[in-house]
Every structure is written in C-alpha cells, then in structure tokens.
Design a protein around this ligand. Structure first.
Ligand code: GLN
Length: 189
C-alpha cells in the first residue's frame, strides 16, 4: 500500500522534502495543523530555524500531538533543525521535544564551517558514500544507550536512530540521493 509521509510545514525547507517523498513513490503532505497527523504513516521535521519552529510548535499546540504520534510508534525523520527539535535538550539548556535520548549542540561546527559537504559512510545505507550537505549544522552528544549512531564527522554524531526516529544533522533533501529517505520509509514507517 502507498505510504503517506507528512512534512511539518510551519517553517523551513518543506518543498524540497515534499518533492523527494514524491520521487520515492510515497504520498507527500504538508502538515500545518495537528489534526492532519492522524492520516500519516510518517513525518519529517525539516531543516530551518529550530527556535522559530519550536515557537510555532508551541503556539499551534503541536508538541503534545507530536509526542502522541511518536508514542503511537509512527516514524519521524528530523533533518538539521528537525534533529534539534527531536533531541531531549539543547546545549544552552532549552527543552526540546525529547523524541530521542540525546543532547544537541546547535550550530556545532562553528563559524568557519557554516556550510560544507562531506562524503559520509552511513550505517545501514549501502551502495557507497552519501554526499551530505551541512548548513549551520548541529551534532548530538550525551547519547542514551538505546540510540544507535549511524554516522560521524570529526567524531561528532551527525546521523542516529532511536527505534522509529531517524535524525541527520545534514539536509538529504538537497541532493538527488534518495537512499536515506527510502531507508526511513522502509525501516521506520
Ligand atoms: N542552525 C539551525 C538551528 O539550530 C539549523 C540550520 C538548518 O536547519 N539548516 O535551528
């Protein structure tokens, strides 16, 4: 059956994700209201500005519906700012949604490296390295024991999975490589 994947569409890189989802053959839905979550098999939390997104999430009463969606065992894929949202807390002590047991360091690669590309070997992704685009990217630290590290850059965790939640510090939707999205749809959704 065709799977339906939503993209949280409050702010950020929404249209690129919608186009990539369609390329995999799944149905893509921009999600602006929490009552749309019920129709989804999986949800992408896109890149953008996590502080703004978190503000909208609270303003539109999305936090509890997102946690319920997660608790119902539905898959969630957080990319860049979406990874910040999925974490337990940020390096400056702000609470995030707590979908994975890790702390997130925002803008963790510093000023010199506001944006860069890296060729990554990612656990679970076959067929050679993945060209990853990083834009003011975060990384994860203080990981709980049930979170699996999938990729690192300079010893910093930039891709990880905890059960049905997948997170990447980079933007897979900005390349034509659909392998990570397909991994999410097959393994987490
Ligand atoms: N640095 C941004 C944040 O923490 C994330 C940037 C991005 O999503 N490209 O919100």
């Amino acid at each position: 059956m065709k799977k339906t994947i939503g993209v949280l569409a409050l702010q950020g890189a929404v249209s690129e994700h919608l186009a990539a989802i369609q390329k995999t053959g799944a149905e893509a839905i921009p999600v602006k209201h929490s009552d749309q979550l019920g129709a989804l098999d999986g949800l992408i939390l896109p890149g953008g500005e996590s502080t703004t997104m978190l503000r909208f999430i609270n303003h539109y009463d999305f936090a509890e519906p997102l946690r319920s969606f997660h608790q119902a065992g539905k898959g969630i894929f957080g990319t860049c700012a979406g990874m910040v949202l999925a974490a337990r807390e940020t390096d400056s002590g702000e609470k995030s949604l707590g979908l994975i047991d890790a702390k997130v360091v925002r803008n963790g690669f510093g000023r010199q490296k506001e944006s860069f590309e890296a060729s990554l070997t990612i656990q679970g992704i076959s067929g050679g390295p993945f060209q990853a685009v990083f834009i003011r990217a975060p990384y994860l630290e203080q990981l709980g024991s049930n979170i699996e590290v999938l990729a690192k850059v300079e010893e910093k965790v930039v891709a990880a999975r905890q059960e049905k939640v997948l997170v990447t510090a980079f933007h897979p939707e900005l390349t034509d490589d659909l392998r990570l999205l397909e991994y999410f749809i097959h393994e987490c959704v």
